[in-house]
Design a protein. Structure first.
Length: 141
């Protein structure tokens, strides 16, 4: 199953070079991850089963400009005991060609805000990830 997110490129996202500022990609990837989690967990109590970002990597490949239509694909690359690694590919279409603009991965750790401790990935999340076929290794995709 593909989870796609199409952010709106706002004028405020553009830097002095006329392209989307690199920091805005973190917001786009976060929004696509929220879309992924809606599929995995639906509505849930963030205080009981929340997540923290432990690591974020981005490889920028091609500039995105105001007016471009950006599409982000997100999936689960790795499912650990207490962590989930989400991976992303961001594309724009030009002249019928899909151009890769950025690739990213985020390691998130499951966390209980009430106890202040990391927790194991909830079983219902694992089941949903596997049943929706949201896990795949990006090296083989």
């Amino acid at each position: 199953m593909k989870i796609l997110y199409k952010p709106e490129i706002r004028f405020a996202d553009i830097d002095s070079y006329g392209i989307v500022h690199n920091a805005n990609f973190l917001i786009y990837f976060e929004q696509s991850r929220i879309r992924l989690f809606k599929e995995i967990a639906g509505g849930w109590d963030w205080s009981e089963s929340g997540v923290l970002v432990a690591r974020q990597e981005v490889n920028y490949k091609h500039p995105v400009r105001l007016g471009d239509e950006l599409e982000i694909e997100v999936w689960v690359e790795n499912l650990g005991r207490k962590s989930i690694t989400c991976a992303y590919k961001a594309y724009i279409s030009k002249g019928g060609e899909q151009i890769l603009c950025a690739e990213s991965s985020t390691v998130i750790v499951c966390y209980n805000n009430k106890s202040g401790n990391t927790i194991e990935v909830p079983g219902v999340w694992k089941t949903a990830i596997e049943s929706l076929k949201l896990i795949r290794n990006s090296e083989h995709y």
